[in-house]
Design a protein around this ligand. Structure first.
Ligand code: FEO
Length: 169
C-alpha cells in the first residue's frame, strides 16, 4: 500500500505530466501558426512522451493498489513572442518537473518506501536527459536566430523526429 501523502504526490505527478504534454501541444500549435511544421512536429512528439510519462505514474499507482485520481488540467499558455522564448520556457519547465520528481524521491527515502524509490529512479535519469536536450535545443535555436537558413535546416531536422516509446528501455 502507498502512504497517503505519497499517493497524493504520485497523483499530482500524473497531472503534471499531462499538463506538460498539454503545454508542449500548445507550443506545437504556435509553430504551426508560424509556418514551422518541423518545430511543431517535434513538440507534438514531446507531448506524446509526456502522456507516456503520465501513464507510467498511473500504472504504478494501480500496481501498488492505489486509486488514481484525475485532476483538472490547467489551460496552457498559447502565445509566445519568439522561438527563443518557447525554448527558454521548455528548459524552465523541465527544471520544474525535475524538482517535482526530486520531491517524490525525497519522500520515498523519508518513508523508506523502497519500491517507489526504485520506480522514481527511471524519472531521475529521464530528467537528466530532458534537461540536456532542452539545453541543446536552446543552443540550436539561438544559432537559428542569426540565420534564416539555419532556422529552416533546424525545422527540417525537427520534422524528421518520430515518437518512440520509452517503455522498453
Ligand atoms: Fe515528463 Fe518532460 O517531463
Amino acid at each position: 500500500m502507498l502512504n497517503d501523502k505519497m499517493l497524493e504526490m504520485l497523483n499530482n505527478q500524473v497531472n503534471a505530466e499531462m499538463a506538460s504534454g498539454y503545454l508542449y501541444l500548445s507550443m506545437a500549435t504556435y509553430f504551426e501558426q508560424q509556418d514551422l511544421p518541423g518545430f511543431a512536429n517535434s513538440l507534438r512528439v514531446h507531448a506524446q512522451e509526456e502522456l507516456e510519462h503520465a501513464m507510467r505514474f498511473y500504472d504504478y499507482i494501480i500496481r501498488k493498489g492505489g486509486r488514481v485520481t484525475l485532476l483538472a488540467i490547467e489551460e496552457p499558455k498559447n502565445e509566445w513572442n519568439s522561438t527563443l522564448e518557447v525554448y527558454e520556457e521548455i528548459l524552465a519547465h523541465e527544471e520544474l518537473v525535475t524538482s517535482l520528481i526530486n520531491d517524490i524521491a525525497d519522500l520515498a527515502i523519508e518513508l523508506k518506501d523502497h519500491a517507489t524509490n526504485q520506480f522514481i529512479q527511471w524519472f531521475i535519469e529521464e530528467q537528466v536527459e530532458e534537461e540536456e536536450l532542452a539545453h541543446e535545443d536552446l543552443r540550436k535555436v539561438k544559432l537559428a536566430q542569426q540565420s534564416t537558413q539555419v532556422l529552416y535546416m533546424l525545422d527540417k531536422e525537427y520534422g524528421e523526429m518520430t515518437f518512440t516509446s520509452e517503455n522498453d528501455e
